[in-house]
Design a binder for this molecule. Structure first.
Ligand code: S3P
Length: 443
């Protein structure tokens, strides 16, 4: 992909629908007897993998080609055994959430691409087995995931998550909806709560406990529930995609960018506080609620002099997908920024500690990997490499775009197809944000 040079402007753009919420909207709607229409559904490859898998399991999903038309989902009570492996592509959310959705209900194999086959799945299989599901993993850890029907169904579980993972929490809550008894999940730190919010929208019995006193633990309890549909779900714009554009606008010497209709759920937006600490001018307008999620318009101005930041480990789960963008900003900030407590980055679409450090260094800033994070020292003399390689990781491609904006030059991005896993139409939105055209249709 040849990314055109970003120019300061005053554009307003929309980003695609939130990927996390899109997966949940599809999977939970597939448990409803009545049809649900989903507006703003993300049309990237990851969400399409969830659509295809749910269809193979028997759900009826209508996905109009144009993204501004709503999708419709009609659920299925008795899942069908799919004839062949369900291809989750590059999407960890698809695989892990579907493990929870399908546990005990079908005989099925879940598989994915080379990157997904390297990512840990035992963290989901172990508690699902405690609930009574029979699941096999390659080498005890990896996809393909082979799932067997449990004639007696599942039992609820009281489980302490070994990692603060929203995907894992959500897989167990979704399985718990169909289990006998109560499912209780406690997490070492809060993580994104889209599943809990959507379950409430669907009248499920879900309670979120306070942090246990003296322990950093967040408890979430779900009782077996018959869900009732909201009929229509409006998916907000994806905060993570918006944050990468926001950071690119902040890296420009002037101008402003308005990102319209972005999800601003506090369990997702810790990166805003970090960027503000670095000196970025960000305002939120038009705050409103949409299908149980807070939404607003983000307005960012370029031209601020940025300073280094230390990202506290307790914030990491609330900005996990934005760390490559924060590191890109750190590359132009004064001083050395530190990120700790982020070992999970090694288990994302790429080893994001290694790939982020490599990317930042290729632009001439200093960066050092640590076991659980990295340090980045900013420079005033950033320069572009001949090409920046995504290593098959969409967030690395988007972080490269921020650095290109900071340099003020076009950029050749190798292996850029992966950007469309989360951000379909990225180039079009980039041109609308930083080119000569003003505004963009929803991609
Ligand atoms: C996601 C949760 C996060 C995040 C991923 C999407 C979700 O993963 O990195 O992009 O939709 O729940 P973990 O929960 O594994 O940390």
């Amino acid at each position: 992909m040849r990314l055109p040079r970003a120019r300061p402007g005053a554009a307003a753009v929309q980003v695609p629908g939130d990927k996390s919420i899109s997966h949940r909207a599809l999977i939970l709607s597939a448990m409803l007897p009545e049809p649900t229409s989903i507006a703003g559904l993300n049309r990237g490859a990851d969400v399409r993998a969830t659509v295809a898998a749910l269809r193979s399991l028997g759900a009826t999903i209508h996905l109009p080609a144009t993204a501004n038309k709503a999708a419709t989902v009609r659920g299925v009570a008795q899942l069908r055994d799919p004839g062949r492996a369900l291809d989750c592509g590059n999407s960890g959310s698809t695989m892990r959430l579907l493990m929870g959705f399908a546990a005990g209900r079908v005989n099925a194999v879940l598989d994915g691409d080379a990157s997904l086959r390297r990512r840990p799945m035992a963290r989901v299989a172990i508690p699902l087995r405690l609930m009574g599901a029979e699941i096999e993993l390659r080498a005890g850890e990896y996809a393909p995931v082979t799932m067997h029907r449990s004639p007696d169904g599942l039992e609820g579980v009281d489980y302490r998550l070994p990692v603060a993972s929203a995907q894992l929490k959500s897989a167990l809550l979704v399985a718990g909806l169909r289990a006998h008894g109560i499912t209780r999940v406690s997490s070492p730190e809060p993580t994104r709560d889209h599943t809990e919010r959507m379950l409430r929208l669907m009248h499920a019995s879900v309670a979120i406990g306070p942090r246990a006193r003296g322990r950093t633990s967040v408890v979430c309890t779900v009782r077996p529930s018959r869900l009732r549909g909201p009929k229509r779900i409006n998916v907000p714009g994806d905060f993570s995609s918006a944050f990468y554009l926001l950071a690119a606008a902040a890296a420009l010497p002037a101008g402003s960018l308005r990102l319209v209709g972005v999800g601003i759920n506090p369990t997702r937006t810790a990166a805003l506080a970090v960027a503000r600490d670095m000196g970025v001018d960000i305002r939120i307008h038009n705050r409103r609620a949409q299908s149980g999620e807070p939404v607003g318009d983000l307005v960012v101005r370029g031209g601020a002099v940025l300073r280094a930041v230390d990202v506290r480990r307790s914030l990491v789960p609330l900005l996990i997908d934005e760390i490559p963008a924060i590191c890109a900003l750190a590359a132009i900030a004064r001083g050395t920024s530190r990120i700790e407590g982020a070992a999970e980055l090694r288990r994302k679409e790429s080893d994001r500690i290694a790939t982020t450090v490599e990317l930042v260094r290729s632009f001439g800033a200093q960066a050092r990997p640590r076991a659980d994070g990295m340090t980045v020292t900013g420079t005033a003399s950033l320069r572009s490499p001949a090409t920046a390689d995504t290593h098959g990781d969409h967030r690395i491609g988007l972080a490269a775009a921020i650095l290109a904006a900071a340099v003020g030059a076009p950029l050749e991005i190798a292996n850029a197809e992966c950007i469309a896993t989360s951000f379909p139409g990225f180039l079009r939105t980039w041109r609308a944000a930083f080119g000569s055209s003003r505004g963009s249709p929803r991609p």
